[in-house]
Design a protein around this ligand. Sequence first.
Ligand code: KIV
Length: 267
Amino acid sequence: MADKITVPGLMKMKQQGEKITCLTAYDYSFARVLDEAGIDILLVGDSVGCVVQGQPNTLAVTMDEMIYHTRLVVRGRNRALVIGDMPFLSFQVSKTQAVQNAGRFLREAGAEAIKLEGGVPMRDTIDAIVSAGIPVMGHIGLTPQSVHRFGGYKIQGREKGQREIIVRDALAVQEAGAFAVVLEGMPTTLAKEITERLTIPTIGIGAGVHCDGQVLVIHDLLGLFDDFTPKFVKQYADMKKAMATAVKSFIGDVREQKFPGEEHSFK
Ligand code: KIV
């Protein structure tokens, strides 16, 4: 078993040119599978709102729900670093509220770090949370909690002005003390420039191959969620089909009295 993943360990991975892997998880069973497979980071994302709760976006996810899911994931992990995602309005209202909510992920759920969306406007908030001893992962570019401001899930940073804003966001997040930053939904060249300029690791999602690591939503990777599939998703399995096949077999067996058999019954 490789060494436990830590915040300083991730920084070292960037320095050594070792790619960082990150997947979302929302419960014990998934966390165990991913951890045993060797994933570096388990992100308890607010994407739980879409892929678990069936909501159209992440905006309705609450702190209590995030704490609940993070607790389940922590129980299933052994080696990976667990990061809890700060939901909408849990950190934007005041720095005090942000520090208190970030602390809940560590104290009540056992996470080792938190993630929050936003660049320059979140600089002081990140600084306050880091000053409280809580490691922070930033998240810039196509930040899903700003879906209504963007007018949809649109790639960010294609125009020169927008590109400069995102570079400034990346630098602000690093200066505020974040240990890593998610780059979401931006051109490959922009993510490359940011990755080269930052000393902290960049974790890409829809940001091309040059990032220091990659993250995907586990339900997308496994083909379990098909309400919408962004271009950046690579589906590594068709678990929806595999599950439907298994369930249809069960239904058929019960109807034909093939299940339970002798081997599943008691004398
Ligand atoms: O909520 C989430 O799952 C995320 C990742 C996709 C980065 O923020």
